[in-house]
Ligand binder design. Structure first.
Ligand code: F6R
Length: 366
């Protein structure tokens, strides 16, 4: 049932070209400028008129929500707030009729997320679900939604569900933008074309596996890890750190790269591996200076860069190249090496990667 892979997690990591494609299927055909999500069309006026969008989720799904915040604000120009479901529901949140609440959940059974949407619903918000499990409690509690088609995710650490969520949320952001008229036709077209290339590019990123195994061997005994990213890749830094801590039990922190100097920089010394996501995008120059700051303090830099980068290889100890794409789509590629890194480190440390201690696949307790 593991399809020849030693663990479900590795199988699921390698399924991503397929699960991303399945999550786009029927929704996007760039050649015909076809971009359709039935539930967005059904609630078109809500999406056109909403003054703001709230996103509620937990864990990895919350990280997908953060990516969605960047996407929706960039393209659809609607203010977005991303909330931990558990914080949102207990603080008498301000919700108005006309607000849209997007709930993201792989299992569709997370107790805090379910309670958060029941609360938002009672205050008149429209609830849009992004769930993986068909017919799950959250899917049933929503007014509308778009399923991720990742297929069953068995490994406790979420991998293919995350990229499927980001895929669906990217299409959603593009659709909202189109309906609100906030995106240039040429930009939309370019995004659609790039999006269609993502499964092939993920396939290519997966070929990094052997290289990442070598790096994992070198860093497997580290006590701490720092993950840095900016813009669309800030949530990916958080996700990379979460993946590592949950399955390898190494302490890891994800940070917006520019925030490093406001505290975490104090932790950097010759024993601190720092994973920096430094793909060619609008914050590239800035992140190059962040890398220099880490290097000046002898931190050990593992950089995720865009193929062909000629600058960072001279600065970083290890460089992992991912294919080039539109800046807004880089999370779908940059997260792949981070999943593989945590997987290999955990296996090398003898951890049970599919069932890490203290964790459950569905968190139905509050
Ligand atoms: C991380 C992980 C958890 C879940 C979180 C939310 O790898 O698996 O952080 O993402 O418990 O679960 P869902 O998406 O089922 O609501």
């Amino acid at each position: 049932e593991k399809g020849g892979y030693p663990h479900f997690m590795l199988k699921e990591i390698f399924e991503q070209p397929r699960s991303i494609l399945d999550s786009m299927r029927g929704r996007l055909v760039a050649e015909n400028s076809h971009l359709v999500m039935a539930s967005v069309i059904e609630f078109e006026n809500k999406f056109k008129n909403a003054d703001r969008i709230l996103i509620v989720a937990c864990g990895t799904s919350w990280h997908a929500g953060l990516v969605a915040e960047y996407l929706i604000e960039e393209f659809a120009r609607v203010p977005v707030e991303v909330e931990y479901a558990s914080e949102f529901r207990y603080r008498n949140p301000i919700i108005k009729e006309g607000d849209i609440v997007i709930a993201i959940s792989q299992s569709g059974e997370t107790a805090d997320t379910l309670a958060a949407i029941e609360l938002a619903k009672s205050k008149g918000a429209m609830i849009f679900g992004v769930c993986n499990v068909v017919g799950s409690s959250i899917a049933r509690a929503t007014d509308a939604g778009a399923y991720t088609h990742a297929g069953p995710e068995i490994g406790v650490a979420s991998t293919k569900a995350f990229t499927a969520q980001v895929t669906v949320l990217t299409l959603l952001a593009m659709m909202i933008a189109e309906k609100r008229g906030t995106i240039e036709t040429s930009t939309l077209r370019q995004l659609m074309l790039e999006m269609e290339q993502i499964p092939t590019k993920v396939e290519k990123a997966l070929q990094l596996d052997t290289e990442i195994k070598v790096i994992s061997e070198i860093f497997k005994d580290a006590a701490n890890f720092l993950y840095l990213g900016r813009g669309f890749n800030f949530p990916v830094a958080l996700e990379g750190a979460l993946k590592l801590k949950e399955i390898s039990y190494i302490h890891a922190e994800g940070y917006p790269a520019a925030e490093m100097k406001h505290g975490p920089i104090a932790l950097i010394d010759a024993n601190m591996p720092v994973v920096v996501i430094a793909t060619k995008d609008s914050s590239y120059e800035k992140i190059v200076s962040n890398i220099q700051e880490v290097k000046a303090r002898k931190g050990r830099i593992i950089a995720i860069v865009t193929e062909g980068d000629a600058v960072i290889p001279d600065m970083a100890e290890f460089v992992i190249e991912v294919p080039d794409t539109h800046e807004a789509l880089t999370p779908l590629l940059s997260v792949i090496p981070l999943q593989l890194l945590s997987y290999h480190i955990a296996v090398m440390r003898g951890c049970n990667v599919d069932q890490p201690r203290n964790l459950a696949k569905s968190v139905t307790v509050e």
